[in-house]
Design a protein around this ligand. Sequence first.
Ligand code: DLZ
Length: 507
Amino acid sequence: MSDQPLILVLGDQLSPNLSSLVAAPDAPVLMAELADEASYVRHHQQKIALIFSAMRHFSESLRAKGRAVTYLEYGVEKSISAFTDALSLMVSRHNITRLIVTEPGEWRLKNEMQSWSAKLGIDVEILPDTRFLASHDEFAQWADGKKQLRMEFFYREMRRKTGLLMEGDQPLGGQWNYDADNRKKLPKGHTPPARLACPPDAITKDVLKLVGQHFGNHIGTLDKFNWPVTPAQAEAQFAHWLDFCLPHFGDYQDAMKTGEAFLYHGLVGAAINLGLLDPLAVCRAAEARYHSGKAPLNAVEGFVRQILGWREFIRGLYWLKMPDYADSNFFDHNRKLPDFYYSGETDMACMREAIGATREHAYAHHIQRLMVTGNFALLAGLAPDAVNRWYLEVYADAFEWVQLPNTHGMALFADGGVVGSKPYSASGAYINRMSNHCSSCAYKVKESYGETACPFNYLYWDFMIRHRDKLGNNPRMGMVYRNLDKMDADKRRGVEASAKTFLEQLS
Ligand code: DLZ
């Protein structure tokens, strides 16, 4: 082995076109299931199972193409719990002098990688992750000199760069963004289509057993595991979604319904982030549905915007702003995360539903994440660190490059306006407009304060009152503060008193 470099492939680098694999087509590969990676935050059981199973399948596919792969299954080498341990083993057993690795998706790991050369006494080459459309330099150049970084303008650049949904240099249909057409409530009695099942094969069954044994005390359940663990499964699920869900994806993108965790969402985030699906290919496949008349533009544009625009923008921001980004706490929020974020046991129907889906599927859709659990965390003043950790733990698609700016910036506004221009805050009225949850809730969405009122209602106004000094001059909050100023004194007192009681009980 010594004349060849070793390639380390991480659990979210499962792509045949990975820069490290391409750089050394004949070099041996190391992959390792590690206790430290599975528990540096207590990942959801399904997330660990997905990553281990997808890693095992990927290693098989590399071997089938003739690669030598050392694959360390969880717990087999007792002394190995971190990447450094696995690499030391390889260095001592096989006299490795050179390592090639593709840049990871998390700052902490990049930092660690930069210490490997000195620690292990070998050359370490960290290559860029070319599976994204914009490189770090390209994003930094776009951001340079801009007072505010806004997804919409970056998204337009990416549309121009790829030609996706373009007619010459103009957006198809004359508009860049059809967000305003993506906000319908689900009609009464409407049932979204079922998802394509990915029954676990022998490898996945083994992994599910292992995860149950070793990580059974992490959040979540394993019995509804239906994540694709190979590119073929991911493509089959995606093709099913294109046929049955994409046509309505745009209309109901922001809707919520009790008992319906997936609605019309693509569920492709996890497969793309692991490397099982190519981001540009899924965008092109959706675009083709528009051109063949099988899906409307608001659906296709909404999907493309999430991947080409939001995903790339968020990733660019993460690497531009880290490591200081994670330390900001604009509102000085420090309340402990309530236990119901793990148990799902709360009388708030929308929170119960979002956390219940999270527990069962390691998934909740973007409005549940942003406008239910995220909105609650913002209004209740939960500590950003704890909320960030929770989101990183519980979602199958969550890696820090994507999770942190979405939670810390978009949902919590803890960055003070790097990701968004104002906090995404809403009272119960929004949740009632977009869902059927309020009709079965113990709380009353029409009441502003008092014991039976929806907590989102009084927490919303209490948040605005508490943070007037930080938000009052934000031009996008003008209307909110004008309404607050019109609120009669009794209601204001009631709102503040209810919020105080509720937050004291929460603590
Ligand atoms: C998330 C994760 C987990 C749970 N387990 C492993 C593992 O055992 N081995 C591995 O190589 N990668 C794992 N990962 C993914 C890494 O944590 C991921 O590469 C970093 O978070 C960077 O995105």
